[in-house]
Ligand binder design. Structure first.
Ligand code: SAM
Length: 212
């Protein structure tokens, strides 16, 4: 009998990248995030170290680096990081970190310690982790942020059971951030989301910007 493949571990994500079963891939930064960073009155100003947890092929990290931030793309999938390096290269302003977001020792080994980043940019990492790990996600990123630091994120608020991608309910998610010690500056239905796989416009993404 075949052992069922784990959905969550690094090897499962490596497998998805190798096999091309990566339906989340946009091939570019998510348009609502790009638009916020480039045009929104609340957009954070560079410089500063910005972490992109679960960065995948690194499109958002590369966008941040091009905008003057020191971007740290973190992923526990070596396949994802190899793709990110191939697509975007690396340098002092764009680094790829191989670690599990939930392993503080591995994070520390990459230089990610308490208060060590000014910003966090979230895109489809939160929906990729088991919902039981969401409070650990929020505790971890809040701990890594310097006081006054920011978190910009695009969240998939769909009601379907199972995952990944795991769904969320917009008001519940906003409450979870508040309970984790974040101060909301913006929480709204995203505008200009990339189309779904059938080409129809997406209307189930929410954009948030918080301060620690
Ligand atoms: C759905 S993909 C999204 C990739 C990228 N953010 C994007 O939007 O194209 C989720 C990513 O999170 C990574 N990931 C999931 N759990 C992780 C963890 N505990 N630590 C680090 N990376 C993780 C996976 O390897 C995968 O690359």
């Amino acid at each position: 009998m075949n052992t069922p493949e784990p959905l969550q571990g690094a090897s499962a994500w490596d497998h998805r990248y190798r096999e091309g079963t990566d339906a989340w891939e946009l091939g570019e930064p998510a348009p609502p995030l790009r638009s916020f960073l480039q045009h929104h009155p609340l957009a954070p100003e560079p410089p500063g170290r910005v972490l992109v947890p679960g960065c995948g092929r690194g499109h958002e990290a590369a966008l941040l680096a091009a905008g003057g931030f020191a971007a740290l793309g973190l992923d526990f999938s070596a396949e994802a990081l190899a793709e990110a390096q191939r697509l975007h290269g690396s340098g002092p302003e764009l680094q790829w970190l191989h670690a599990d977001l939930f392993d503080p020792v591995a994070l520390g080994a990459t230089g990610l310690t308490a208060g060590s980043v000014q910003g966090v940019l979230e895109h489809t990492c939160f929906c990729a982790i088991d919902p039981a790990q969401r409070s650990a996600y929020l505790t971890t990123v809040r701990e890594l942020l310097a006081p006054g630091g920011w978190l910009l994120g695009l969240f998939w608020c769909h009601p379907r059971p199972g995952g990944p991608p795991y769904g969320a309910e917009a008001s519940t998610l906003a409450r979870q951030f508040e309970q984790a010690g974040f101060t909301m500056a913006c929480w709204e239905a995203a505008v200009g989301s990339a189309s779904g796989r059938n080409g129809e416009p997406r209307n189930d993404e929410w954009l948030g910007f918080w301060r620690r």
